[in-house]
Design a protein around this ligand. Structure first.
Ligand SMILES: Cc1cc2nc3c(=O)[nH]c(=O)nc-3n(C[C@H](O)[C@H](O)[C@H](O)COP(=O)(O)OP(=O)(O)OC[C@H]3O[C@@H](n4cnc5c(N)ncnc54)[C@H](O)[C@@H]3O)c2cc1C
Length: 444
């Protein structure tokens, strides 16, 4: 869009039947729409006002999936409208390189077309990692793409891989009343988070009945018509109605014939780029999941814009922000920006902590969102905000208030902002005022 608005001739090639990418069809949008329905279901079932003495409402995965597909439809309409309005030609087909300026496009009807361009952006995304030893053709074995075609209503599920995707799906299935075994190959859940956030997530998943196993590796998978049995290297085994394998993703480069363009991908199918999103071949740029970290739709949008900027102006110094916020849509939700307590301790930065518990906020009491907290980490001498960590309903929205202050230059970044301003009342944003007062009161 950025290039088209600057009157560049832009063509987009997409192999899926609809635009929107994995973000719209298999990733962000469907998983967040599923989570929203499950959250409302939990709220309804736990509300004495709405549910009264009725038996709990039960929704199946295919039922909530229907609502998610209506969101996907709206997103596709919106996005195809953008292409149309900005005169970006859309070619339906699978692209691969003939050379650094030429692409071959295989269309759905089998016909071929060749396109040449001065510059090319690779934004082909990623797909779930599928180890050869796991039979993904079995009807009870899913990855995060194929889970969206789950037709039956499982009573139990094993989720292998407790990263963001595995943890989010653990929350969704548990919210639907499904028995969940979550197998983590690492020591703790989402170890990149502040320890308190990771501990809170572990506690709440555990408290909701999710069985979490840390430091485990799959040895083999046994499948029958009725169930799946996961044998772990530790000797444990577990049985469930189905398996969701969510242990890593691979960049979509295997079908691109990138060697024809002089490019090579690493072992995870990812491409190397410089600060301007330019690959090792000058006229080819790459953005999004295909370049790896942070593998977020949020960052991919900005990378696309920055790459476009660099393609028009090679001297461009525009950069992605360094503190990219994390939004994790588990139940409860988690969001963070900046440093964790572990990082600050390791680098010996003298910091102080200000905390607000949601249960003490009027707005949280009104909306019955009592689980959660906000914590602000700030420098005890300069009062500069160093990190913000939020756990609980709407954490991913709440975090941006603090992020806006944290991003201010010079003296603009100070925790004192939150006590020198007036907040609407009652709001969840008030957590910033409460946490700031709590933290500043700790100084001596
Ligand atoms: C379950 C799940 C939940 C997620 N939740 C979040 C979230 O909450 N927040 C967030 O920020 N991120 C989230 N993500 C990550 C996010 O979806 C990705 O980071 C984002 O989609 C990456 O965008 P992209 O443009 O790089 O690739 P994609 O969105 O995957 O798009 C790539 C497109 O390229 C097409 N393509 C591939 N190869 C070819 C070819 N050879 N020819 C033509 N077309 C091709 C594909 O069909 C696809 O449409 C989630 C991901 C998953 C799987």
């Amino acid at each position: 869009m950025k290039l088209a608005k600057k009157n560049k001739k832009v063509v987009i090639i997409e192999r899926h039947k609809e635009v929107g990418g994995g973000c719209t069809h298999w990733g962000t949008i469907p998983s967040k729409a599923l989570r929203q329905s499950v959250s409302r279901l939990i709220e309804y079932n736990s509300s004495s006002l709405f549910r009264g003495h009725e038996k709990p409402k039960h929704l199946t995965f295919p039922e909530i999936l229907k609502h998610a597909s209506s969101v996907v439809r709206k997103q596709v309409q919106l996005r195809s409208g953008f292409y149309d309005r900005n005169r970006v030609e859309l070619i339906a087909g699978e692209a691969s390189f003939i050379d650094a300026n030429t692409l071959k496009i295989i269309k759905a009807d089998g016909s071929n077309e060749q396109l040449t361009a001065k510059q090319i952006v690779i934004a082909t995304g990623s797909h779930p990692y599928r180890p050869a030893a796991i039979d993904f053709s079995h009807p009870r074995v899913y990855d995060s793409d194929s889970i969206l075609s789950l037709k039956h209503d499982p009573r139990s599920i094993i989720i292998y891989g407790a990263g963001v995707i595995g943890s989010e799906y653990a929350s969704i299935f548990r919210g639907l009343g499904v028995k969940v075994d979550l197998i983590n190959t690492r020591d703790r859940l989402l170890s990149f988070l502040d320890d308190e956030m990771s501990d809170s997530l572990s506690y709440h998943l555990w408290n909701n009945g999710v069985v979490i196993r840390h430091r485990e590796q799959i040895d083999r998978l046994e499948t029958t018509d009725e169930s799946v049995i996961v044998h772990l290297k530790s000797g444990k085994k577990m049985r469930a109605d189905c398996l969701l394998f969510a242990n890593g993703r691979t960049g979509n480069t295997a079908d691109l014939n990138i060697t024809n363009a002089g490019l090579a991908a690493d072992g995870r199918g990812q491409l190397k780029v410089n600060g301007q999103y330019q690959t090792e071949v000058d006229n080819i740029y790459a953005v999004g999941d295909v370049i790896g970290y942070p593998s977020l739709a949020s960052a991919a949008y900005d990378q696309g814009r920055l790459a476009a900027e660099a393609m028009m102006d090679h001297q461009s110094t525009a950069k992605l922000i360094t503190d990219i916020p994390t939004g994790i849509y588990t139940i409860p939700e988690i969001s963070s920006v900046g440093k964790t307590e572990q990082e600050l301790t390791e680098t010996k930065i003298p910091y102080e902590v200000g905390r607000a518990q949601f249960k003490h906020l009027a707005r949280a009491q009104i909306s019955n969102s009592l689980v959660g907290s906000l914590k602000i980490l700030f420098h005890r001498e300069t009062k500069v905000i160093l990190g913000i960590h939020c756990f609980g309903e709407n954490a991913a929205e709440i975090i941006h208030i603090g992020q806006a202050i944290m991003q201010q230059k010079g003296e603009g970044n100070t925790i004192e902002y939150f006590i020198n301003t007036t907040f609407n009342y009652p709001t969840m944003a008030e957590a910033f005022r409460v946490a700031a007062l709590n933290g500043l009161n700790r100084l001596f």
